[in-house]
Write a protein that binds this ligand. Sequence first.
Ligand code: GLU
Length: 290
Amino acid sequence: MKRSTFRLAALTSTVAIAGVTLAACGDSSGGGDGMLAAIEAGDVTIGTKYDQPGLGLRNPDGSMSGLDVDVAEYVVNQIAEAKGWDAPNVTWRETPSAQRETLIQNGEVDLIAATYSINKGRSESVNFGGPYLVTHQALLVREDEADITDLESLDGKILCSVTGSTPAQKVKDALPGVQLQEYDTYSSCVEALRQGNIDAMTTDATILLGYSAQAPGQFKVIEMEKDGEPFTNEYYGVGLAKDDAEATDAINEALTKLHESGEFDKLLEKNLGGNEAVAPGKPGDLSFLD
Ligand code: GLU
């Protein structure tokens, strides 16, 4: 099915944006006084994924790369510039899917950019800037997989996703017949798929395209549709402390500039090969939650 198979054109590693230092260690307490205070004080703790190539990846040399890494760095630097502060040092913190709200609520991170979909449930515990990107839930299967071609053909198959993620929840609701195994990270799902322990994994197309591009010839990405529409829309936001309206506005201003300046397109091309599974979001417009 050619229509439903899409690939990543290129996946390149990223370099740190000038002005942001990657702190090897640092203040582990994160943003007790809020994100803006942390940026002003010159030391900000950002949560992201460490195992998602093209989005949030900790490289063997300790450097960070990916679209979420670049977006988060742009946001904190842009806010600092707009306020007349120095660009802050960044301490990175790994934020697995199931821990994101808790790490924000505990003040262990000041903000999170980690393939983090904005939804109603999460919005009760945290605030979101964004959305800065829209993608859709998809499937990753082995290259030689012939049986799994769409959502319906998953019935009776062993599927992997990650605890606390929106795709895991959506697939459980839609397909009670599927055998869903929930792991802590997507990289462990990829390993299980490679070993033949599961038949498919599901999450956002962005993430799956990143894994597929890293292992040419091993996997293919399959779109999921329901009634001719994408199975889900995943609106990526920047998570931060609940009710911090001033910081949320500052993030949205920075994200608007990211889009309007054309920088977002460049970052997308650099990290994800400008692929068709991604559209820019409208920062500050949360009408999709209604
Ligand atoms: N965007 C989805 C979510 O926030 C899936 C990706 C992830 O688990 O980080 O749940």
